[in-house]
Ligand binder design. Structure first.
Ligand SMILES: C[S@@+](CC[C@H](N)C(=O)[O-])C[C@H]1O[C@@H](n2cnc3c(N)ncnc32)[C@H](O)[C@@H]1O
Length: 326
């Protein structure tokens, strides 16, 4: 309170009439909703244990398109955990950017050594934006999902339940001409739309696969990574599909699964969730483990976005591995 009192005195002394001092609390900066063009957190984010709630509140207080800038001393050693960094009163831009993205910010800029205080620390910087339209959200989702696949040039991947190729096209670009993407769907009309997009984009490294309800028809033990995005809930024969996906992966290969789940439907049965085109991450985690995968990461939320046309806002993403000895 003393600090706010001092700030009040200073603003009065300087005759600033346009500064409103707000006493926030640990989880809520108590700012007006949807009104701000920009917000900044300077050298303070590392002191916020309830950063998830703070970021969500800040996102809501920005106008669509508004920006949040977080600057912290850095760069920091990459091997330090978040807890180790916080104990030393700092946090790396990598953690900040991940956490902002999880809270629904599109990351516009992430820079180490952004500015130096004379004879003291360098500062790193992360700038996020509250996306302003469905199109901007779509771009951001595409960017984040494809980044989570860690595709390198020459990799071989599959997009199972590819639809008309929302993720297939950026995957094909990421693996380059020496790599390959198998695009699998049971719906022929989606595959023919994708074929058209591939021709228009001049992409020749995608093989279209007309899968069966219970078989993705992948080549055996060849793939580095398989993506199933917003499609697993549509697979009643999920056990057989997981068997087929596991068979298509190399030992050590990764399966990345993404689905949405609204707060309101968290406790519903699998059948009820699937009817609403959703699924809980716990259900998927159990099913993947039963199918012989090691679940290595669960990001929930992976993307917390403005509600889309289908009423979806919270997306989770799970990464599982085919054990190496198999
Ligand atoms: C909601 S769409 C998602 C498309 C794309 N992954 C995306 O996120 O834009 C779900 C897709 O899964 C496909 N699908 C459903 N069951 C499938 C199965 N057993 N094998 C392959 N594709 C399947 C559907 O035909 C549909 O194209």
């Amino acid at each position: 309170m003393y600090k706010l009192q001092r700030l009040k005195e200073r603003t009065e002394e300087a005759h600033f009439g346009n500064i409103e001092i707000v006493k926030g609390d640990e989880a809520d900066p108590r700012l007006p909703a949807g009104q701000l063009d920009a917000a900044i957190i300077l050298n303070s984010y590392h002191e916020m244990p309830r950063f998830k709630e703070i970021l969500l509140h800040l996102r809501e207080s920005l106008k669509p398109g508004g920006r949040l800038l977080i600057a912290e001393p850095g760069p920091l050693p990459a091997e330090q955990t978040r807890a180790e960094q916080i104990a030393r009163h700092h946090i790396s831009s990598k953690f900040v950017a991940d956490e902002m993205a999880q809270a629904g910010f599109a990351i516009l800029e992430q820079r180490e050594r952004f500015a130096q205080i004379p004879e003291a620390n360098w500062y790193s910087l992360v700038v996020g934006q509250r996306p302003s339209s469905d199109e901007e959200w779509a771009v951001e989702m595409k960017r984040r999902v494809v980044a989570s696949l860690h595709l390198r040039s020459g990799a071989e991947a599959a997009d199972v339940g590819c639809g008309d190729g929302f993720y297939t096209l950026p995957m094909a670009l990421a693996v380059g001409s020496t790599g390959k993407v198998f695009a699998v769907d049971i719906d022929e009309s989606s595959l023919s739309k994708l074929k058209q997009h591939l021709v228009e984009g001049g992409l020749r490294n995608v093989e279209l696969v007309h899968g069966a309800e219970d078989d993705p028809r992948l080549p055996p033990a060849r793939l580095d990574v398989v993506l199933v995005a917003n499609a697993y809930h549509e697979m009643p024969a999920h056990k057989a599909m997981l068997r087929g996906i596991r068979a298509g992966l190399k030992p050590g290969g990764l399966l990345v699964l993404m689905e949405s789940l609204s707060e309101a439907r968290q406790t519903l049965t699998r059948a009820a969730q699937v009817k609403r085109h959703e699924l809980s991450p716990e259900t998927a985690r159990n099913e993947l483990q039963e199918a012989g995968f090691e679940v290595i990461e669960l990001h929930d939320p992976f993307i917390q976005r403005a509600v889309d046309q289908e009423g979806k806002s919270r997306w989770w993403l799970l990464v599982a591995r085919k054990p190496s000895g198999q």
